[in-house]
Design a protein around this ligand. Structure first.
Ligand SMILES: CC(C)(COP(=O)(O)OP(=O)(O)OC[C@H]1O[C@@H](n2cnc3c(N)ncnc32)[C@H](O)[C@@H]1OP(=O)(O)O)[C@@H](O)C(=O)NCCC(=O)NCCS
Length: 119
C-alpha cells in the first residue's frame, strides 16, 4: 500500500451546534449517515462527536482530492463508525478507491482530525 493523499481539519464545536439548531435534521441528514447520527446522539454531548466527524470528513475529502480525484464528494458518502475499542473506521460509500485511515480528537470547544488515503 502507498500513501496517495493526506488531509487535516479543525472544527469549532459551537459552529456545529449552531448549524444543528438552525437547520436541525436537514443539516444532520445531509452530512451524517444514520449510523453516525445514532452514535453521536447516544453521547452526552452529541455536538462534540458530530464536530469530530465533520472535521474527519473534511480531512478525508482533502486526502481524496490530493490523490487526484476530481469529482464532487458528498459528506454523506463518507461514513465513520467506531469499532469495539472506539477506533474510528472509515467506509467510502462511493466509487472512490483506496483505504482511508482517520484519527479524531476533541476538547470542549474544538475538534480535529487527520486522514491518510492509501491506494
Ligand atoms: C483512546 C484514547 C487515547 C482516547 O483519548 P481521549 O483523550 O479520551 O479522546 P480524544 O478526545 O482525544 O478523541 C476522541 C476520539 O478518539 C477516537 N478513539 C476512541 N477510542 C480510540 C482508540 N482505542 N483508538 C484510536 N482512536 C480512538 C474516537 O474517534 C473518539 O471520538 P468519537 O468518539 O467522536 O469517534 C483513550 O480513551 C484511552 O487511552 N483509552 C484506553 C485505551 C482503550 O480504551 N483501549 C481499548 C481497549 S484495549
Amino acid at each position: 500500500m502507498a500513501i496517495c493523499g493526506i488531509g487535516s481539519d479543525i472544527v469549532e464545536v459551537s459552529r456545529i451546534k449552531r448549524l444543528r439548531e438552525t437547520y436541525g435534521d436537514r443539516f444532520l441528514r445531509r452530512v451524517f449517515t444514520k449510523g453516525e447520527r445514532a452514535y453521536c446522539e447516544s453521547k452526552e454531548h452529541p455536538e462534540t462527536h458530530l464536530a469530530g466527524r465533520f472535521a474527519a470528513k473534511e480531512a478525508i475529502a482533502k486526502a481524496v482530492y490530493q490523490s487526484g480525484y476530481d469529482k464532487v464528494i458528498l459528506f454523506s458518502d463518507i461514513e465513520i463508525l467506531n469499532d469495539a475499542e472506539g477506533r474510528p473506521q472509515v467506509s467510502l460509500l462511493t466509487h472512490i478507491r483506496g483505504n482511508c485511515l482517520v484519527t479524531i480528537s476533541h476538547e470542549q470547544s474544538m475538534a480535529i482530525a487527520f486522514a491518510v488515503l492509501e491506494s
